[in-house]
Design a binder for this molecule. Structure first.
Ligand code: SF4
Ligand code: SF4
Length: 337
């Protein structure tokens, strides 16, 4: 068995960065996110704390992404693709809730007969080093959403926190190759895999998607949505929310088109030409977010779009808590006559 002694983390990351773009979790400017290694002055590695504020979704679906540039030349327009990233990439320290979210993004962007070229260019060369979670935080409920915190999936390597070192276990061919490239940095040591601690937050989602299918018009949605300000923070920080908009930036006759994260919590998201909005009210937008997470995605892809990371619970300025919402929905007694 192999371990990475914690004193050698920088050496290992430097080695990986020789041939790959490496991303690590860092504390930065009062928050935390996955950032390129080597980090900038002021950053501090955040491997030993729980979830980062921004999820590793940014590594495969950046907040903004240039798609192409254009320039008018007389009567013609010159269009240049911005180039897809093909360099090998490594993301270090992804937790089980976030790797499950990447699996959901893979379904959306790479399956059902459609491949998103921008996503594929970032995802295909990506090696994921997952980190087993042993101590769930007060807002974590991944196990209730079918995630095993000790078994991040998909990953190429799993690391286990052993105190002075990380137990190192390759899980794929690419993970094996990467392990070989760190051969002189990793040490041989037998270790016992740690077990996971107790979850403080529990919720039962059994039968929920089927039940929600009969709750579209239920008056509870208006009550649940009442405190929501439609600020969209929950969707931006969510590791599995993937909606984006396409916008243009131009100066004179030149410019570029880019895509950027969008949110179903905003009225503009569904605004149509002519002014009609099929989700014109706050509770309709709120309902859509929860039905997409807990019903629609399940129906289409066979899994929930919530991975129980708890970020939206921590970030919501109005204290809206998805676990409490699921519990309220489960308490409803439907008239099935
Ligand atoms: S973070 Fe809270 S207030 Fe903001 S849109 Fe989400 S649920 Fe609504
Ligand atoms: S809905 Fe909330 S708890 Fe679920 S994956 Fe998104 S941010 Fe995490």
């Amino acid at each position: 068995m192999k371990v990475l002694v914690k004193d050698k983390i920088n050496t290992a990351l430097n080695r990986l960065a020789e041939n790959s773009q490496v991303y690590v979790p860092v504390h930065r400017e009062g928050g935390s996110r996955f950032a390129p290694w080597p980090t900038v002055p002021g950053d501090e590695l955040a491997l030993d704390s729980l979830n980062t504020m921004f999820s590793p979704k940014e590594v495969v679906l950046p907040q903004t992404e240039k798609m192409y540039t254009f320039a008018a030349r007389g009567q013609s327009v010159e269009i240049k693709e911005t180039g897809e990233e093909r360099k090998e990439r490594v993301v270090f320290g992804v937790r089980a809730c976030d790797s499950k979210a990447i699996a959901a993004l893979d379904e959306v962007f790479l399956t059902r007969g459609y491949e998103d070229g921008f996503y594929k260019a970032r995802r295909e060369p990506l090696i994921i080093i997952g980190k087993a979670c042993t101590q769930p935080g007060p807002n974590c409920f991944c196990s209730a959403m079918g995630v095993d915190p000790l078994e991040p999936d998909p990953v190429d390597v799993i690391i286990y926190d052993l105190g002075d070192a990380y137990g190192w276990e390759p899980r794929s061919e690419r993970g094996q190759k990467l392990t070989q490239s760190l051969g002189d940095i990793l040490a041989d040591r037998d270790f016992q895999k740690p077990s996971a601690g107790e979850f403080q937050l529990q919720v039962d989602i059994n039968g929920l998607p089927e039940k929600l299918a009969g709750m579209f018009e239920h008056p509870l949605w208006e009550e649940l949505a009442e405190p929501c300000m439609n600020c969209g923070i929950c969707t931006y920080l969510c590791p599995s929310c993937y909606c984006f908009d396409i916008q243009v930036k131009n100066r004179g006759t030149e410019g570029y088109r880019f895509r950027c994260w969008d949110s179903c919590m905003y009225p503009e998201y569904t605004m149509m030409a002519g002014g009609h909005n099929p989700r014109g009210s706050k509770h309709e937008r709120f309902r859509n977010r929860f039905l997409h997470k807990l019903e629609f995605f399940q129906e289409r892809y066979g899994t929930s779009l919530c991975t129980g990371c708890g970020r939206c619970i921590v970030a919501c300025p109005q204290g809206i808590n998805i676990v409490s919402i699921i519990k309220r929905l489960q308490e409803v007694e439907l008239d099935v006559r």
